[in-house]
Design a protein around this ligand. Structure first.
Ligand code: ADP
Ligand code: MG
Length: 662
């Protein structure tokens, strides 16, 4: 093809070959060679991309980030099948892509989580499992290669003159060259694979097939999806004559809009089928799964708005990334004005997807305005309340579903307890924790409180790195002994949560590893107190010596009320950070915290300590006492999963001791 520019001047006019990024290549390979039985969804993905591109063109024009749209311009998606050439073109006059954007968007799978997907795919046992994984991640644009053996993209970015053509057969590489396109927008041209009904390849160049697919998957798309079909001229004459004049009869071009374009949240709930919600969800959430749950909300009164919200089935990979994309779509009277409005829900509900349509906002509201808008603030308050109430009823009415949600998003919800004091009372009942009472189950605070023993005056929790670490912690010994339930706080956010919840419905929340622990009824407590006092007298000298030896490491050595089998443990002061939280803040947040000294507690009934006390009584200067102090401290550290300050020295002491023992 000749161009008006001088070809020598610019190498970009020649098709240049590029390699796909490794993960992308791997994914493509699987998309092409397996798998996904429902091949027609390629059209849903391409239409969805076209619709996104149209949204962006409109929004960029609206905010002044892009060129204004012509007044008489219709934003639309066109499907143009060519039966003979066996091609299908999907065109839009959306925002288009620059050369760099093409490389970025089509040469790599830009989605976060791709690397994880690629890694998981390597482990997949068979094509079926691979298909399931892909279904979970979605491959968007690349699904085109399920139905086409060659894909061409011609695109021109809004505001730019130069267009580019991207071509790939889905093997390791693609080519790029400069080209011309009359207007901004994108054409995706599929060179269709041969029809193979058995493998899900219908005739995707057949108008009726396209119509069916659009109706099934993309009916709600808010731009017209126009089918341009070339059909033989209809004729009233009989077949014979039609045949004889076939040479001269021009084919007729017909144009038809295939979708109703009706926003799904404006339709009566009883009319909308589950599949329709699902397809809409997939479109806005860029997810291939079904939503776990759907919520329709209507507020009437001073401000009117509707919302259609979805709870996803799976957490996206970027849920905990700082720059993860989230936010609801904001519409004003059915017109999208903001794609990801983060102000409509608090951060701890960022997993909720959906749209909010308001009749009271100006059409040209900017990001800055949104941050200070009173309506938006009211909507946020209302939406938050509604979502939390919904979660509560889900928890009551369909616990299994709630549990699924909790497993994916519980960690995020917990952030709200410290982050949103206003809704704390709504959030607390939603929380679930593993517990010492029922190893396989997760329990609520309410369930815990129902089972509290007579005289028990606190909800106890044990915080640690993992279930196993907490389960074996010496801090739990006395609780086990007395049959007192302990909640396990094993998520990083749990301790921060605990710090902002001093009590739950009037019952204190206390760590088993902090402060003094007094268990049992009044009488038992009193008896224990007296006994401890007495024992402390017995142990006073030893405690003092140990304290002296360990002065650099612990702030106090005292007798314990929480140990029954272990000789020692370390506890924190009532107001101190636990070592677990300290480690987390150091590692994850890179905080430079001063080292906190803790308290070493001894079990006065333990044989080891009885013997040590006796030895110390005989000779308070015995060097063995100093060694034992270190050994006891080391043991306490190891028992809670902490690192030893000097492992070499510790091993030497143990070896020495072992030798003596033989
Ligand atoms: P997703 O839509 O979830 O981002 P896709 O694989 O479907 O993922 O698309 C990848 C990217 O390619 C899109 O994010 C978009 O930037 C770009 N893209 C795809 N199709 C078009 C199009 N028709 N117009 C403009 N950009 C597009
Ligand atoms: Mg897409």
């Amino acid at each position: 093809m000749s161009t008006t520019e001088t070809p020598a001047a610019d190498a970009a006019h020649e098709p240049q070959s590029y390699e796909f990024r490794a993960e992308t290549r791997q994914l493509l390979d699987i998309v092409i060679h397996s798998l996904y039985s429902n091949k027609e969804i390629f059209l849903r993905e391409l239409v969805s991309n076209a619709s996104d591109a149209l949204d962006r063109a409109r929004l960029e024009a609206l905010t002044g980030d892009g060129p204004a749209l012509a007044e008489d311009e219709t934003l639309e998606i066109r499907l143009v099948p060519e039966a003979e050439a066996r091609t299908l073109r999907i065109s839009d006059n959306g925002v288009g892509m620059s050369r760099d954007e093409v490389i970025e968007n089509l040469g790599t799978i830009a989605k976060s989580g791709t690397r994880e997907l690629a890694a998981k795919l390597k482990e997949a046992k068979d094509a079926e499992q691979a298909a399931e994984l892909i279904g979970q991640f979605g491959v968007g644009f690349y699904s085109a290669f399920m139905v086409a053996d060659r894909v061409e993209v011609v695109t021109r970015r809004a505001g730019q003159d130069q267009a580019v053509r991207w071509v790939s057969t889905g093997d390791g590489s693609y080519t790029l060259e400069d080209t011309h396109r009359f207007h901004r927008g994108t054409d995706v041209i599929l060179h269709l694979k041969p029809v193979d009904e058995e493998n899900g390849l219908q005739d995707f160049a057949a108008p009726f097939a396209l119509e069916g697919i659009v109706k099934r998957h993309s009916d709600f798309v808010s731009y017209p999806i126009v089918l341009e079909a070339t059909e033989p001229a209809s004729t009233d004459d009989d077949a014979d004559e039609a045949e004889t004049t076939a040479e001269t009869t021009a084919e007729t071009k017909t144009e038809r809009t295939l979708n109703s374009m009706q926003p799904i949240w404006t339709r009566s709930p009883s009319e909308v089928k589950d599949e329709e919600y699902t397809e809409f969800y997939r479109h806005i959430a860029h997810d291939w799964n079904e939503p776990l749950d759907t919520l329709r909300l209507v507020a009437e009164g001073r401000i009117e708005y509707k919302a259609l919200l979805f709870l996803p089935e799976k957490a996206p990979f970027d849920l905990f990334y700082r720059d993860s994309r989230h936010g609801l779509q904001l519409y004003v009277r059915r017109v999208l004005i903001m794609d990801r409005c983060e102000e409509l829900l608090p951060l701890y509900l960022r997993f909720v997807k959906g749209v909010v349509d308001s009749s009271d906002l100006p059409l040209n509201i900017s990001r800055e305005m949104v941050q200070h808008d009173r309506h938006i603030a009211l909507m946020r308050k209302w939406l938050t309340k509604k979502v939390l109430e919904h979660l509560r009823s889900l928890q009551k009415d369909d616990f299994e579903k709630y549990l699924k949600l909790w497993k994916e998003f519980g960690k995020v919800l917990k952030e709200g307890v410290s982050g949103d004091p206003e809704n704390r009372e709504r959030l607390l009942p939603l929380l679930l924790f593993p517990s010492s009472a029922e190893p396989e189950k997760l329990v609520t605070f309410a369930e815990y409180k129902e089972r509290m023993k007579d005289g028990q005056d606190a909800i106890y929790y044990a915080a640690g790195e993992s279930y196993a670490a907490v389960e074996s912690s010496p801090h739990l010994e006395a609780f086990r002994d007395k049959g007192i339930e302990v909640l396990y706080f094993t998520d990083p956010v749990d301790e921060i949560l605990a710090q902002s919840v001093p009590e739950v419905d009037g019952t204190a929340l206390r760590s088993v590893g902090k402060g003094e622990i007094e268990l049992g009824d009044e009488e038992e407590k009193k008896a224990a107190e007296e006994k401890l006092e007495e024992r402390t007298k017995d142990y006073a000298d030893l405690l003092e010596s140990l304290q002296k030896s360990l002065d650099d490491h612990v702030k106090e050595v005292r007798l314990s009320r929480r140990l029954t089998t272990s000789p020692v443990c370390l506890v924190a002061g009532e107001m101190d950070m636990s070592p677990h939280l300290e480690r987390l803040l150091r590692q994850a947040e890179g905080m430079d915290l001063p080292k906190q000294k803790r308290i070493l507690e001894l079990n006065p009934e333990h044989e080891l300590l009885e013997k040590l006390r006796a030895r110390h009584g005989e000779n308070a200067e015995d060097p063995v006492v100093g060694d034992y102090a270190e050994l006891l401290y080391g043991q306490a550290l190891l028992a809670e999963g902490s690192e030893l300050p000097d492992p070499m020295r510790y091993t030497r002491l143990v070896s020495q001791l072992m030798t003596q023992g033989l």
